[in-house]
Design a protein around this ligand. Structure first.
Ligand SMILES: [Fe+2]
Ligand SMILES: [Fe+2]
Length: 165
């Protein structure tokens, strides 16, 4: 991603990449090692966890003391729901026979529900929150976020604010 891209554009691209990874998994037929089949989903969930981390730790704190307080509360609640669904998906993927019926259809259905949650979340976050990234975050916060986007990783053991229902 070039430096020309706005932060709003970069985070929107992340949304699309995460969706695409989950969609690829849903569309794929199992075959070969289980790890190869599940890789797009595992990678998409790692990307989503990192995305939620950077929003909650590097973006929202800069924006929540203003008119975005309530929308950010909604975003935090939805992140919590996604976080719990990802934990459930991890369990499903670890089960024996997940690449065979009926478990395969169950994990695909859970992924389709996840895609619905993401679509609903992103359809609010992109127009309501993201326009403020490039205009309302201070220079240091924006620079820190750009550095993190390059090569930052979710800290071990980090959980989103509303991981517990
Ligand atoms: Fe979000
Ligand atoms: Fe997001």
């Amino acid at each position: 991603m070039s430096d020309q891209a706005t932060l709003a554009e970069v985070l929107t691209v992340e949304h699309h990449a995460i969706d695409a990874g989950i969609e690829k998994f849903v569309a794929a037929s199992p075959g070969g090692p289980i790890g190869e089949w599940s890789a797009p989903l595992v990678q998409a969930m790692a990307a989503l966890r990192r995305h939620i981390y950077l929003e909650e730790e590097l973006v929202f704190p800069s924006l929540r003391n203003g008119p975005l307080m309530m929308p950010i509360m909604v975003m935090l609640n939805e992140h919590g729901e996604m976080w719990r669904r990802m934990a459930a998906l991890d369990e499903q993927l670890a089960a024996d026979g997940v690449d065979q019926e009926p478990l395969r259809s169950e994990v695909a259905a859970a992924c389709t529900e996840m895609l619905g949650l993401l679509a609903d979340h992103n359809s609010k976050e992109e127009p309501v929150i993201y326009p403020h990234l490039d205009s309302d975050m201070d220079d240091d916060s924006r620079a820190f976020l750009r550095d993190f986007l390059d090569d930052g990783t979710t800290p071990d053991g980090w959980e989103c604010a509303r991981a517990a229902a």
